[in-house]
Design a protein around this ligand. Structure first.
Ligand SMILES: [Zn+2]
Ligand SMILES: [Zn+2]
Length: 273
């Protein structure tokens, strides 16, 4: 399995020269089976735009899984050109809104993507799109095993995903306000993955803000990764205020123990397994 970081920021994009090494686009990660095109996308932040280039002229054919509906995870969706063409085939899955089960998934998404907030609705995208909900538990999506579990965050239901194929496994938890001890489903989702892509938006001195916004600190991410026995931790969902030098310093400070720690950078590819 291959992984590509298409966007690694949280909250809002951060353009500018001081952000180019880490990248300024918001959350999006693409996955592919070995030797195949990118076919599973996690979140649709502004980073998803760059995936069109990576597909080399091919239409997107696969699934897009949204962890939740916050702007930094959906605003790139209508700008994913490889999925907005007549020959694209896209299965979009967003968290089942248990608090309001009568509302179809497409209408949940349309809450953020419809006039007057945006010129078109989700069904205005070209190609063969389906819009459905995904709930906690085990799923098979495009040859990947996908396990979903609830993640404490803020403002709407949030899921985390564990994705595996024959060659490796990754857990994706971009927005997380950790409980002191993770619940059993989330703990099982994280246990022993090859790569954990985890919320690292804040630092310990910013703890009060992290709690208020429903996010983790870098120390939280390291502690969670160590407890779960993951092989590599990728610090992700960087604060849009953090310039390249700051993120590099954070990565350096977090590295050094038994745990392999990397800073997620836009455009970086990782081979799993
Ligand atoms: Zn976010
Ligand atoms: Zn969020």
């Amino acid at each position: 399995m291959r992984l590509l970081f298409c966007g690694v920021r949280g909250s809002t994009p951060s353009p500018g020269a001081e952000f180019t090494r880490v990248g300024g686009n918001t959350s999006c990660v693409a996955l592919a089976h070995d030797g195949e095109p990118w076919s599973l996308v996690l979140d649709a932040g502004t980073g998803i735009r760059g995936l069109t280039r990576e597909l080399g002229g091919r239409p997107f054919s696969g699934a897009i899984l949204l962890t939740h509906l916050h702007w930094d995870h959906v605003q790139g969706l209508p700008f994913f050109a490889a999925a907005d063409r007549d020959d694209a085939r896209v299965q979009l899955l967003l968290p089942d809104q248990r608090s309001n089960p009568a509302v179809p998934a497409i209408e949940v998404l349309a809450g953020a993507m419809s006039p007057p907030h945006f010129p078109i609705r989700p069904d205005g995208l070209r190609g063969d799109w389906t819009f459905d909900s995904i709930d906690r538990g085990r799923h098979e999506i495009g040859g990947f095993e996908v396990v979903a579990a609830d993640v404490p965050h803020k403002g709407g239901r949030t899921l985390g995903f564990r994705i595996s194929d024959d060659s490796g496994s990754v857990a994706y938890v971009p927005d997380h306000r950790p409980d002191p001890v993770p619940g059993p489903e989330l703990a099982a989702l994280l246990a022993g993955v090859d790569l954990l892509v985890h919320d690292a938006q804040f630092l310990e001195p910013e703890r009060a803000v992290a709690d208020a916004y429903g996010h983790a600190t870098v120390d939280d991410a390291v502690r969670i990764a160590q407890a779960a026995g993951v092989r590599t931790l990728a610090l992700f969902h960087h604060s849009p205020a953090r310039v390249d030098d700051d993120v590099d310093a954070i990565g350096k400070a977090a590295a050094g123990g038994d745990l392999d720690v990397v800073v997620a950078r836009e455009g970086q590819q990782i081979r799993l397994g």
